[in-house]
Design a binder for this molecule. Structure first.
Ligand SMILES: [Zn+2]
Ligand SMILES: [Zn+2]
Length: 395
């Protein structure tokens, strides 16, 4: 069996060999921001490179037009490296998924080059629509994670962190129906759908004082009538409901619905709602798996801090759902100063600047080295699996 350190050295050299290609791809994806499920340019760039390196690629894999899968190795444990590449409306690559996609690509290719020799298998998965679409969930439902022993990705951020403070989330889309009337001549004949929405909003504002400190509820009105002199017959709202664990979400969702329905009743209107699937699960952290990444990042000169030492919640990710199904890591890699947060316009520039480029290469290396550990290091995969078996992932 191949010697671990030799395999790791060659993986690092492999990422260095691919550096120009990876960075060109990162910049190209950055310059063509594409929304969830429409990432055709990114899909073609990434699959083109995989094919150019001699891998068999399944385009539009697992039921998603912009998903893909490529495999290497014929025996041993299967480690999945996940690539995200969708952008945000208006502000483009403010979450830096160009870095995720190309770091994952580099890691996958470096692992693929050593797979036969090291006796391991790697699966490179292109997973669309992280920003609200839940691409990983749909691909997993189609069997993308079958036979996978562990999964990994790396996300850019303002710091190097073991994992992400990610909590569960589900969206609720609400429609209100009232009755139109002249707002001055015959208001008594109307039933105000906007009132229903506003009263629901106010009820939730009161509810917020009495939820757990790490739960979040936030919403917008999407429709509030057409003319100020007409009692609005329709209104609409979107709410995001977040809780630390997936299984705690249901109780909070019911409290939110009670608030919305009370407002609707008070206004004499009716409402319909839809909880948008999939809900995103919280991230299940596995200490031994995170430790491997931290150690490999240190080898590259990166000090990775404990995400639990940083107060606050970063958000939610469909990698949480993956972490419920197979042992997973979702470390964060620094591309911006700590005060520049993801999902801001300032972050966009860092995602394709020198720091973003360094993160593509270091991220690719750190993930590849972690694949090598799972393949070859005595007891490493067993420890990860034991931690997964004992983890709190009851949904
Ligand atoms: Zn992101
Ligand atoms: Zn994001």
């Amino acid at each position: 069996m191949a010697e671990l350190e030799a395999v790791k050295d060659r993986m690092v050299a492999e990422v260095d060999r691919l550096a120009d290609v990876l960075l060109e791809a990162s910049h190209s994806i950055h310059e063509h921001p594409e929304l969830a499920f429409e990432e055709h340019h990114a899909h073609d760039v990434l699959t083109g490179i995989l094919e150019g390196e001699g891998l068999d690629v399944e385009r539009s894999a697992y039921g998603l037009k912009t998903g893909f899968a490529a495999r290497a190795g014929s025996s041993g444990p299967t480690i999945a490296v996940l690539c995200e590449y969708d952008a945000l409306p208006v502000i483009g690559h403010a979450c830096g998924h160009n870095v995720i996609g190309t770091a994952g690509l580099g890691a996958g290719l470096a692992a693929a080059a050593l797979a036969e020799e090291a006796g391991g298998r790697v699966l490179i998965l292109g997973t669309p629509a992280e920003e609200g679409g839940g691409g990983k969930v749909f691909m997993a439902e189609q069997g993308a994670l079958e036979g996978v022993d562990a999964a990994m990705m790396v996300h850019p951020a303002g710091a190097d962190l073991r994992s992400m403070n990610a909590i569960a989330i589900q969206q609720c889309h609400v429609r209100y129906e009232g009755k139109a009337a002249h707002a001055a001549a015959a208001p008594h004949k109307g039933r105000n759908a906007l009132d229903a929405a506003v009263l629901g909003y106010m009820n939730i504002a009161a509810l917020r004082q009495h939820i757990k400190p790490d739960e979040r509820i936030h919403g917008i009105f999407t429709d509030s009538g057409d003319a100020a002199n007409v009692v609005p017959a329709t209104a609409g709202a979107i709410w995001y409901v977040r809780s630390p664990k997936l299984r705690k979400l249901d109780a909070l969702k019911q409290r939110v619905l009670d608030c919305l329905e009370a407002g609707t009743k008070a206004a004499g209107c009716t409402m319909t709602y839809e909880w948008k699937d999939p809900a995103y699960a919280d991230l299940v952290d596995l200490e031994p798996f995170d430790d491997l990444y931290v150690e490999n990042a240190a080898r590259l000169g990166r000090t990775v801090h404990d995400h639990r030492s940083i107060p606050g919640i970063v958000g939610s990710t469909d990698m949480g759902n993956v972490s419920y199904l197979v042992p997973s890591i979702h470390p964060m890699i620094q591309v911006s100063p700590p005060h520049v947060a993801i999902h801001t316009e300032d972050f966009v520039q860092y995602a394709r600047g020198p720091e973003g480029d360094a993160a593509v290469l270091d991220g690719a290396k750190a993930l590849a080295l972690t694949v090598a550990d799972l393949w070859l290091r005595d007891g490493a995969l067993d420890a990860v699996k034991a931690a997964f078996a004992g983890a709190d992932r009851r949904s």
